[in-house]
Design a protein around this ligand. Sequence first.
Ligand code: SR1
Ligand code: MG
Length: 435
Amino acid sequence: MSSQRRPSADARESDYRILHEADLRDYLAGVPEVAARLGGSPASWSISEVGDGNLNLVFIVKGAGGGVAVKQALPYVRLVGESWPLPLSRSHYEYLALTHQARLAPGLVPVVLHHNEGLALVVMELLEPHIIMRKGLVGGTTYPRFDEDVTTFLARTLFFSSDLAVTAAEKKDGIAAFAGNHALCKITEDLIFTDPYRVAEQNRWTEPWLDATAAAFRGDLDLHVAISRLKLKFLNAPEALIHGDLHTGSIMVTAGETKVIDPEFAFYGPMGFDIGAVIANLLMAYLASDGHERSPGERRAFEAWVLETVESVWTEFSRKFLELWRSEAKGDAYPVTLFEGEAGAARLETERQAYMAGLFEDTVGFAAAKIVRRILGLAHNIDFELIEDPKRRAVCEARSLRLARAMMVEAVSFGSIGAVTKAARDVRDWRPDFA
Ligand code: SR1
Ligand code: MG
């Protein structure tokens, strides 16, 4: 990580143009390794823009020999438009994160084939027949490989970029390499940790059913303290290189494979933010599920799988992280010379367990924050949005907000992941006043 440099703003301004189909064809024809992978003549390649995310252009390009995915950052937030400018440098950080994650968690991120800093463009292997996990979850599909893969990704990327695994100098180089990604961090700081709890122009929710809950969240000082503590942790805890936006729209899956994509929000931050993101998005898939039912109980097996997966995300992550700590701790934290002998080893193991308890508390809080932002903030998710009947959607959302408030304000009382899944199960039986 030490050799990484910051992107050059000058190069960016002079080279950048938004690519349209014809420009992209010409451009890729001039990149030998990409042209070779696509095969055939450039004129025969099919190109379609398929981006449905909030920020970027995404093209799928296919030729006789194969396909690639091309992601280009726009100089503004796609979801909102040119009135909200956003630095192109996020493409640099995405490239840096993807290549770093590929080393730490081989096979779990897409292979980068080409990167052009000036065009803010990354060309990657085409993931086929993978789909965005969130879409599969809305459809009620289970992914038997997911917990194994995502926990390996989390444990390895977080552990190997932390002070437990690297020297203080390496860690500081890593922090410096991603420090310039502050515009993306600011989006999170505002949209997740601030706006849903105050009047903000871009907030939206399912009206009129959630009006009272939104107002209650804006006046709830216990909640404001809890979210502010989480925000402080997000601001001042560079524990590890985190993905920074690890929702189920940033994961592509098949029954047998999992790939984590889109790390443009990456920076050195609190580990619980990534773990909490995965857990939050599974909990939302669970609580949205009965909104997608066509007959009562038809998604019961899916729902049971989702809650089992919530549990194994934490237990397997925790097991793998601890295993790495016991066997690969080459960092400057917890010097071995301070924990010699049987008594030292036992004390260090107790300390590891205490560390995991703290990380679990962070994870529960961050998961709650990720739920609230999808229901009361700017950027919503299809788990809820595709529930056509708005009142039915509001019931699912109100339950999610009730669970999230408890997780955020009473995070300490959720002593185990089983307590979280029990609370999720219980809240499914709760009916809001308007229902
Ligand atoms: C304005 S960007 C809104 C959201 O999209 C991204 O996926 C992040 O989650 C961000 O918060
Ligand atoms: Mg994204």
